[in-house]
Ligand binder design. Structure first.
Ligand SMILES: Cc1cc2nc3c(=O)[nH]c(=O)nc-3n(C[C@H](O)[C@H](O)[C@H](O)COP(=O)(O)OP(=O)(O)OC[C@H]3O[C@@H](n4cnc5c(N)ncnc54)[C@H](O)[C@@H]3O)c2cc1C
Length: 208
């Protein structure tokens, strides 16, 4: 709309827009992701990303007995904790079915379903908002399930629009300054030391 030098390819135009941070233009690109397995816990965090459209599987209108569930890595790696976790899931499922036998409707029964339960989730997001999402959720401090999901969404986005997404990583890397300040120190952040080190906001302020 603003006129571009003649002979530029579409990919070059998108690249120029991103390079110069004219990001409103990429709001016209949107993605719809059909996420088949997301825990209820992660879906609550997902919903915090307001500049996008969310549709989750209804527990009022669907039967959930025999539900699948997310197992955090920390629990997967601890045999005793894993056994307790699985028992809790089985018990929840059992009570859900028992309440059905007792005549309780789905909208009442669903309150015994666990945060780990998988739900299907449709998410439509424009490219600008997706960049913001990835910047936040590729950070090592993001919840592990969301970070894993962010990596998968990032891979799809890079495949479709490499000009926009190939350089995208956590927001510290995007901005060249980490807003997490000292908090990142307790995490395996790839940017806290070495030649790729990203300074913290506090360090930049100290230099002034
Ligand atoms: C490591 C990590 C830790 C977190 N910890 C917590 C926590 O402890 N508690 C918690 O509640 N949340 C937490 N969050 C969630 C976080 O605070 C944001 O709610 C979430 O990441 C969504 O980001 P967003 O607002 O940028 O996204 P969106 O809602 O998609 O908004 C995108 C952008 O639009 C603009 N915008 C959107 N809505 C408004 C508005 N109403 N007014 C002005 N500008 C607006 C802002 O510029 C915003 O960045 C955490 C997130 C991360 C990654």
């Amino acid at each position: 709309m603003s006129g571009v030098p003649p002979g530029m390819s579409d990919a070059e135009i998108v690249g120029m827009i991103v390079e110069n941070d004219y990001m409103s233009a990429i709001e016209h690109i949107s993605f719809t992701f059909d996420i088949s397995e997301m825990s209820i816990a992660a879906s609550r965090e997902f919903l915090e990303h307001r500049i996008s459209s969310h549709t989750g599987r209804s527990t009022r209108y669907n039967e959930e007995d025999g539900f699948g569930y997310f197992i955090p890595r920390e629990i997967q790696n601890n045999a005793e904790a894993l056994s307790e976790f699985k028992q809790a899931m089985e018990y929840s499922n059992k009570v859900y079915q028992r309440l059905k036998e007792l005549g309780v409707k789905r909208e009442g029964r669903r309150y015994v379903l666990p945060m780990a339960m998988h739900c299907r989730y449709l998410w439509t997001v424009n490219a600008r908002s997706l960049v913001n999402f990835l910047g936040l959720r590729l950070c090592v401090r993001a919840a592990p399930e969301l970070r894993e999901l962010a990596k998968q969404l990032h891979a799809i986005a890079v495949e479709k629009y490499p000009e926009i997404f190939k350089e995208i990583d956590c927001r510290g890397q995007i901005l060249g300054v980490c807003p997490e300040n000292q908090v990142r120190d307790g995490f395996p952040c790839p940017y806290k030391k070495g030649k790729n080190r990203v300074p913290t906001k506090a360090e930049i302020k100290l230099k002034k």
